[in-house]
Design a protein around this ligand. Structure first.
Ligand code: PLP
Length: 406
């Protein structure tokens, strides 16, 4: 049965990071607890800043969660004790990407960032440079600086009318510095929505390999790709796996980020051994293990429907902006469920953009400088995997907050 993605699922009081922030603000504004998510109520703050979905999970995952919950014992567990866990990854990559994965390559990771941090710690030293290409997922900066005490080396992407490409000269330059030991590739790219093509990926790999730079490929958004585009897992564009750690998982695509379920896929035995020695996360809760098996074995149809709905939301926002806020520039992303809104043409400061959206419209996006401290001031990141009516309400409020400038 097709899923009703138009359903507004109330996430108040469910330990949701996104909705807890919005509920707290709503309570303050109303002066009393706001229990109902009445999204038309102007005191209800609408959040689109966190990269998880407000769309209900697929039935197979919900059933699997019930089965685990109903067992009534939640003792120590590990993905490695259940062959179906690794087999589900193998099955998924064969079906979606026609790529053969050996079972020994796959290891559970307590989220994608846990994998990124482990790789940084395992293969680089304190103070080493880690290359990233901003605008890029802001938490990479935290992972490099405050979580592992390395140094961010930025290779700024080139923005051509909202389409972002690599600055190859700069990439060559930063890779050639011997103390820059790793490159975190975000593929597909959050927040600018690029799905890197084969030529780009091969060129990144070639430059990194020639300069002994490890490639940590964060592909947590890999299954979220718009029509007409194809994600290429980094391992599928080369036969030389000697400098690649690939990370992917169901956290984003199947909306189970709270279960912390990702995988590192490392073909090279040396890299894998060193990585595993450094890994400190859990082996996976029974909920995470069961969710992945259900998602990869039975969730594909739901994913396809969800992607279509999300793409509809993107088209809605882009069309709405074109008609009502022509100065707001939004390039349709190739992948991810994230929009990178460019408010530059309004000619106002980052602070004023923030004030109009967060305080006047009472909509929570994410300030662009989180992902691009140098050039992101006039950008806002908006995650759109929500019921369309809520997205519509959010856009109407933002439009109203800019009406004197539109
Ligand atoms: C590129 C990227 N990597 C990692 C994460 C965090 O993923 P996880 O919760 O699996 O650590 C996010 C979340 O937005 C992301 O966009």
């Amino acid at each position: 049965m097709p899923t009703n993605f138009d359903e507004v699922v109330n996430r108040y009081n469910t330990y949701s990071l996104k909705w807890h922030s919005s509920q707290t603000m709503s309570d303050q504004l109303a002066g009393h607890p706001v229990e109902d998510l009445d999204y038309h109520n102007p005191d209800v703050v609408l959040p689109f800043m966190v990269a998880d979905m407000d769309l209900a999970c697929c039935e197979p995952i919900v059933r699997a969660m019930h089965k685990v919950a109903d067992h009534r014992i939640y003792g120590y567990s590990g993905a490695y004790v259940e062959p179906k866990y690794v087999n589900s990854v193998i099955h998924w990559y064969k079906k979606r990407y026609n790529f053969d994965i050996d079972p020994s390559w796959v290891h559970y990771s307590q989220g994608s960032i846990a994998g990124v941090n482990t790789a940084i710690r395992a293969f680089t030293n304190i103070g080493d440079g880690i290359i990233i290409c901003r605008p890029v997922y802001g938490h990479f900066t935290g992972a490099i600086e405050s979580e592992t005490y390395r140094k961010v080396v930025n290779c700024q992407l080139i923005n051509q009318d909202g389409y972002y490409t690599m600055d190859w000269d700069r990439f060559e330059e930063v890779c050639a510095v011997p103390t820059n030991r790793a490159f975190i590739l975000c593929s597909p790219e959050n927040p600018v929505g690029r799905v890197w093509n084969v030529e780009e990926l091969q060129k990144m790999l070639e430059i990194c390999r020639r300069n002994h730079v490890l490639v940590i490929a964060d592909e947590i958004h890999s299954d979220i790709v718009m029509k007409g585009h194809q994600h290429h897992p980094i391992l599928t564009v080369t036969d030389d796996y000697s400098n690649i750690i690939m990370i992917s998982g169901i956290n984003k695509s199947f909306n189970v980020a709270g279960l912390q379920c990702a995988n590192t896929i490392i073909p090279d035995p040396y890299l894998r051994g060193v990585f595993m020695k450094e890994y400190e996360g859990s082996g996976g809760t029974p909920f995470a293990i069961a969710a992945q098996i259900a998602a990869y074995e039975e969730g594909e149809e739901w994913l396809e429907e969800a992607l279509e709905y999300i793409e509809g939301n993107m088209d809605f926002v882009i069309d709405f902006a074109a008609k009502n806020m022509p100065k707001l520039k939004i390039r349709k992303p190739e992948g991810t469920y994230i929009l990178w809104l460019d408010f530059t043409q309004y000619g106002i400061s980052a602070e004023e953009i923030h004030d109009r959206i967060y305080n006047k419209a009472k909509v929570l996006l994410q300030d662009g400088f989180v992902h691009d401290p140098d050039l992101g001031g006039c950008f806002q990141r908006m995650c759109v995997p929500a019921a369309r009516c809520v997205v519509e309400e959010g856009m109407k409020r933002i439009c109203k907050a800019f009406e004197d400038l539109n």
